[in-house]
Design a protein around this ligand. Structure first.
Ligand SMILES: Cc1ncc(COP(=O)(O)O)c(C=O)c1O
Length: 408
């Protein structure tokens, strides 16, 4: 399959097919494809400036900092650093957390606690912080060992801290709603409040990995807001550039970075951090989300999608769970919903369902790892219409039925 062009909620292939982007690529394309105003901003940006070393300010960099801190972060005083994507942002956040403790005179605090179901990216640091077993496979010996706690029981964090020793821990990292490793798993209501409370008691920084949930995806501006907590550090990428440019960011409460600023410690930049073209385009993407009220739209269309999913899959023998928030919705897939028994991994059920749906003109995002081994996620552009929702649910239903009956 060769993808040739895209527009709205569609991408097109060289054999003349039009495919509905129900997965928003990899949950990225928040404003939809092919916006001419974005192409124009990109052309103007490149006409004005190409490469500028990240330590200098430019108009585009300043504009993006203002857009993000004034409209998206918990408070305009938060500090921003832009990078080229999600994995880079996670690595940088881990470094910031460590530098914070070193600057505060606690250099022995170096461990980052992750969760037993999670994905934070594909660099060595991000893979180590996460627990996506299929994506870590073959690399286990390379990856530094990082402690893990439960994705659903916040009180287990106390036990992990006790075993590791609070004085050795710099940060806790988690996705507000778990994406690639769990297919849009939402933790119990009190989960994040309790995690935040435990971390605060032990001077452990909370890093919210909002690479997938940030910038409107959950029907609120940011995922932590949707889940009712305020982290110390946020990382977010994907929807920030809407798929038009590779960009991510690390956003910190001022008290996290101020101690670092009083020392000779520094966060080494990536060469392409805050590239001008990326900053200009990301500013325009976020402006479009705001001026077209697309966050509210993500909430409304997410609800509409959820109702359809409930109607279609409530009693489906291979759907164990319907989950998610806003326009990040998922189906937990199993061999038998009564017993919860999974399909054997060799069947690659989620991937096969995604392929079958693709053959019928819909791209859904296969996901899952460990206890959530097979899932598919829906994360379409916020501009999605009701008839698109009908199509994605109908085609997914057919795909699940076809693949499941082939395995009997
Ligand atoms: C929650 C989360 N963190 C980090 C990443 C890594 O981002 P990237 O693939 O842009 O490096 C992803 C990618 O799926 C993600 O979902």
């Amino acid at each position: 399959m060769l993808v040739t062009h895209n527009e709205g909620v569609w991408f097109h292939t060289s054999d003349g097919r039009r495919i509905l982007d129900a997965g928003g690529g990899a949950i990225v394309t928040n404003i939809g494809h092919g916006r001419p105003e974005i192409a124009q901003v990109a052309a103007e940006a490149l006409t004005q400036l190409d490469y500028v070393v990240p330590v200098f300010a430019t108009e585009a960099r300043v504009a993006l900092v203002e857009e993000v801190s004034d409209h998206w972060l918990p408070d305009p005083s938060w500090r921003c650093v832009f990078v080229s994507g999600g994995s880079e942002s996670v690595d940088a956040a881990i470094r910031v957390a460590q530098l914070h403790h070193v600057a505060c005179g606690r250099p022995e605090r170096h461990k980052v606690i992750g969760r037993d179901v999670s994905y934070h990216g594909a660099t060595v640091g991000a893979l180590a912080a996460g627990a996506h077993n299929r994506r870590r496979k073959g690399l286990e010996q390379l990856l530094p060992s990082m402690p893990k706690t439960s994705h659903h029981d916040p009180d287990q964090l106390e036990k992990v801290i006790e075993v590791e020793g609070a004085e050795t821990i710099s940060a806790f990292i988690g996705e507000p709603v778990i994406g690639a490793a769990a297919g849009a798993y939402v933790p119990p209501d009190d989960y994040w409040a309790r995690i935040s409370e435990i971390c605060a008691q032990h001077d452990i920084l909370v890093i919210a990995d909002e690479v997938m949930t940030g910038f409107g995806r959950l029907g609120k501006k940011m995922g932590h807001e949707a889940l009712g907590f305020t982290p110390d550090i946020i990382v977010a990428g994907k929807g920030l550039g809407g798929g038009y440019v590779p960009i991510g960011g690390v956003y910190c409460h001022p008290e996290v970075v101020e101690p670092i600023g009083k020392t000779d410690l520094a966060l080494m930049f990536y060469t392409f951090a805050g590239q001008d073209l990326c900053c200009s385009v990301a500013t325009k993407v976020l402006e479009i989300v705001r001026t077209e009220n697309l966050v509210d739209r993500a909430a409304v269309m997410g609800e509409s999608l959820r109702i359809r999913l409930e109607e279609e899959f409530r009693d489906h023998p291979n759907v164990e769970d319907i989950r998610g928030r806003g326009l990040l919705q998922g189906l937990g897939l199993v061999a038998d919903r009564e017993t919860g028994a999974p399909f054997p991994r060799s069947a690659a059920f989620a991937e096969s369902v995604a392929n079958a749906a693709l053959d019928n003109g819909v791209w859904v995002y296969p996901s899952g790892s460990g206890v959530f081994d097979d899932a598919v996620m829906f994360g379409p552009p916020f501009t999605v219409e009701e008839d698109h929702l009908d199509q994605m649910v109908y085609v997914t239903r057919q795909a699940i039925d076809t693949v499941a009956s082939g395995l009997k």
